[in-house]
Design a protein. Structure first.
Length: 319
């Protein structure tokens, strides 16, 4: 038995690049579709706030050196019983506060991408390099040279092609038939003449909003061909859920009405009876029929049902 679906090609990893500080774009060379490498400089942002942050860090380092010397002097005096314990405690508290400020500033600078070793050597830079964390392609670019950006502004979106998968929507009525490990068939003439096989790797546990469907994720067995799929593209697929004997007729033997329809049986020459049926899976020109009542043991009309319906409606035959 098969469930016919129209899955969408998705990727697990889609990143939005931001800079956690205000500034303006000095350089960007990307366009949608541009390939990127992990570690590549995607853009350069200049920021006065970044310069100020580095300056505050160096000032805090310098101040800490003085506080450390003062603390050592006070400890020496205290050991010789000529210093004030209260003053020692005060100087120690100031030293620990300064140390916390330095640690905080250092972590902020690391998040921005600052080279702390160069900064400690006295090199202040106004530029921030935006680095690609993945190998992939550019999906969208939202900024241009000279644009002012805030910490919440998304500069670009990157997509990794290393985690391609299919996202399948399975309707509620078929949800309990799908299991991890089942095989699905993907039909795409541009990739292969025959259907490609794949495996279900994840089955959603909740019904999604207006679609009334669960999300099912799968991977193709052929990873080389999977990489040729385009993110966002829709393809045709079927999930093989098991074997089941069903009654079928050629599609031409059924007159469809909504989700159901009817067929005809011959009672005698030029005399036919219309039988309502529910419809199931359609495959290779055959459609599963589910009878609402027992079918009379008469001859089923297996072709031209729509023509026969028109004839009967015109009075050229009788139901």
């Amino acid at each position: 038995m098969m469930i016919r679906i129209k899955p969408k090609v998705e990727n697990v990893l889609c990143l939005q690049e931001e800079v956690p500080i205000a500034g303006f774009v000095k350089r960007i060379d990307l366009l949608p579709g541009t390939p990127v490498r992990k570690g590549q400089v995607l853009a350069v942002v200049q920021s006065m706030e970044y310069v100020q942050l580095q300056q505050e860090y160096l000032q805090a380092l310098s101040k800490q050196k003085f506080q450390e010397q003062d603390l050592n002097r006070q400890e020496t005096l205290n050991q010789e019983n000529v210093g004030s314990k209260k003053k020692l405690q005060q100087i120690d508290a100031e030293y620990q506060t300064g140390k916390a400020i330095i640690n905080g500033l250092e972590e902020k600078l690391k998040l921005i991408g600052c080279n702390i070793a160069k900064l400690k050597a006295g090199t202040i830079t106004p530029s921030i390099n935006v680095i690609s964390p993945i190998n992939g392609v550019t999906k969208m670019v939202y900024v241009n040279i000279g644009k002012n950006i805030a910490p919440t502004d998304v500069m670009m979106e990157l997509v990794s092609r290393e985690h391609m998968h299919l996202e399948l929507n399975v309707f509620e009525k078929d949800a309990n038939k799908v299991q991890v490990g089942q095989t699905f068939l993907l039909e795409n003439p541009r990739l292969a003449d025959k259907p490609l096989t794949g495996k279900v790797i994840l089955v959603g546990q909740t019904i999604e909003g207006p679609t009334k469907a669960i999300l099912v994720h799968g991977h193709l067995d052929n990873e080389v061909l999977e990489q040729k799929l385009v993110v966002g593209q829709y393809v045709n697929a079927k999930i093989l859920t098991g074997k089941k004997a069903v009654q079928t007729l050629p599609e031409d033997a059924v007159v469809r009405r909504g989700e159901g329809g009817f067929i005809f049986v011959r009672l005698k020459t030029n005399s036919y009876q219309q039988i309502p049926v529910k419809l199931g899976i359609t495959e290779k020109g055959m459609v599963e029929i589910i009878l609402e009542k027992t079918l009379p043991s008469k001859e089923i009309v297996k072709a031209n049902a729509s023509v026969l319906q028109a004839m009967l409606a015109g009075g050229e035959g009788e139901e």
